[in-house]
Design a protein around this ligand. Structure first.
Ligand code: MG
Length: 111
């Protein structure tokens, strides 16, 4: 059966995984930012030639890779994941009001 872990436990496990391998030395913020982008590229690769017959398992794994590096970078700066995402959602709600943005994908600078 699948056991779902809390976000704190996930972060603890990621840190333990890294400690056991002595990989913290490689996790500079710039290396982590690069890794997020590289994994995002791998995610995009899932859609390179076709939007049909997507390998969902590959999407799942690359998505997890992106998020894992995001968690490491957030941990580096001691950012609280829930807090930074909540703050950004609030900001986005203010930038993209429903009246400006409903059925409209324009950037807020182009309203
Ligand atoms: Mg990957």
């Amino acid at each position: 059966f699948m056991r779902y872990l809390s976000m704190n436990k996930i972060i603890q496990n990621l840190i333990a995984f890294r400690e056991e391998r002595n990989w913290k030395q490689f996790h500079t913020p710039e290396n982590l930012a690069k890794s997020i982008s590289i994994e995002a590229g791998e995610l995009l690769e899932c859609y390179q030639w076709s939007y049909e017959n997507i390998d969902r398992n590959k999407v799942k794994e690359e998505l997890a890779d992106v998020m894992i590096y995001c968690l490491y970078l957030a941990e580096y700066y001691k950012f609280d994941i829930q807090e930074i995402i909540s703050e950004k959602i609030t900001k986005n709600e203010e930038k993209y009001t429903i009246s400006d943005s409903k059925n409209n994908c324009k950037k807020y600078t182009d309203f």
